[in-house]
Design a protein around this ligand. Structure first.
Ligand code: GAL
Length: 376
């Protein structure tokens, strides 16, 4: 079993006004609130010796009457080709097996980024009478429909990664349903991205010396609060630190490397040396941005800065090499383990909180190797 970061549980839900895009257009959205967004969680590496992990798995299996092996788990992932969700689902499957589930009884399906496909997969799992469902929705806004049919079928439900609205979560609580959400607060990751730029100092980042930070923003799927909040809070960290900012380009790269490469190539072609910072809502897009930056003959850390989120191995290697300024560890160990633990509690007839959180961790040159050693 791999080492893991110890997550801290964050709670409370609120409605917030989000500002996305260079135009500063606003929209209403719902997400969890935390006052810990400014604080960096210390990466606490914990050695999980295999023997201890096995003991823990035995204990959990015993608590379930030793019959987890006979329980069926349905897992819906919004899209298998997503790098981060690949790490997440691999760890989730390994951890479920370590807890006593049988590999044959864990079915993980690819929603192919299509809600109709995923809804059909959920119907199949209901017909198959799975004991618990773990769902990474294609569209968070479909959660109400999904919840209704899964609750109606008497199956406990654990949402992961893409958070349903605060109203939807309140419905679970008001009705006492066996439904929960496991994920991190994306505001924290956005804030950390901005802080890593602030920490370099205005003089270093303001490469053209005009007193302002000119940036490009590359966003993930705009339906997703992770994209909305990372976009807003990365910039907010700069303005909170007293930096003046100017958005040169803000476009949707849908979490995809190739789309981001194209967006950043175009923006660098148009704004050339005015671009001082490239913010990407995730690392896959930051890796695409890096390809465009290098193709344009620019050098990260010298004449441009680049930050992402997730702490993919390749991104961490770039942070260590100085070809990325920083990333933010999106703790797929903590999230997948919490999701599995919540599923087990439901199977055992116990309840869960309606929101189960975890902390992000900044990854800079100082600690990137340590995080790489944990995730590899
Ligand atoms: C985010 C992650 C992205 C992408 C997205 C999918 O948390 O940072 O890389 O996987 O989830 O919803």
């Amino acid at each position: 079993m791999k080492k893991k970061i110890i997550g801290v549980i964050l709670a409370t839900a609120m409605v917030a006004t989000l500002f996305t895009g260079c135009s500063g257009k606003s929209e209403e959205a719902a997400a969890p609130a935390t006052d810990a967004a400014q604080e960096e969680a210390a990466p606490e590496a914990e050695d999980a010796a295999p023997a201890e992990a096995e003991d823990a798995a035995d204990a959990t299996a015993d608590a379930a009457g030793g019959d987890l092996a006979s329980k069926k788990v349905g897992v819906c992932i919004y899209q298998f080709s997503d790098n981060f969700m690949t790490l997440f689902r691999t760890e989730l499957e390994n951890y479920l097996i370590a807890q006593g589930f049988s590999k044959d009884n864990i079915t993980i399906v690819d929603g192919q980024n299509d809600q109709a496909t995923q809804t059909g997969q959920i119907d199949n799992f209901i017909n198959d009478k799975v004991d618990v469902l773990i769902v990474n929705p294609v569209n968070s806004s479909s959660a109400e429909t999904i919840t209704d049919k899964v609750v109606e079928a008497g199956i406990p439900l654990v949402y992961i990664n893409r958070e349903p609205s605060a109203d939807e979560e309140k419905r679970w609580e008001d009705n006492g349903w066996n439904v929960t959400y496991v994920g991190c607060d994306a505001r924290q990751s956005g804030t950390m991205q901005g802080e890593m730029i602030v920490d370099l100092g205005l003089e270093a980042v303001d490469l053209n010396g005009d007193g302002k930070i000119q940036y490009i923003m590359v966003e993930g799927d705009p339906e997703n609060v992770d994209a909305q909040y990372r976009t807003e809070f990365s910039v907010k960290a700069l303005t909170d630190a007293g930096f003046e900012v100017e958005c040169l380009s803000d476009q949707v790269g849908n979490w995809q490397q190739a789309e981001a490469q194209q967006i950043v190539a175009n923006a660098l072609g148009q704004y050339t040396t005015d671009v001082e910072v490239v913010f990407c809502n995730n690392d896959a897009m930051a890796l695409g941005a890096l390809q465009a930056i290098e193709a344009a003959g620019r050098t990260v850390g010298t004449d441009i800065y680049l930050v992402g989120v997730d702490a993919l191995s390749e991104a961490l290697e770039n942070v260590i090499a100085g070809t990325m300024t920083g990333t933010v560890f999106n703790d797929h160990f903590s999230q997948s383990h919490s999701a599995a633990d919540a599923a087990i509690r439901f199977i055992n007839g116990e309840s869960n909180d309606y929101y189960i959180g975890c902390d992000y961790v900044k990854a800079t040159k100082d600690n990137a190797q340590e995080i790489l050693d944990m995730v590899k």
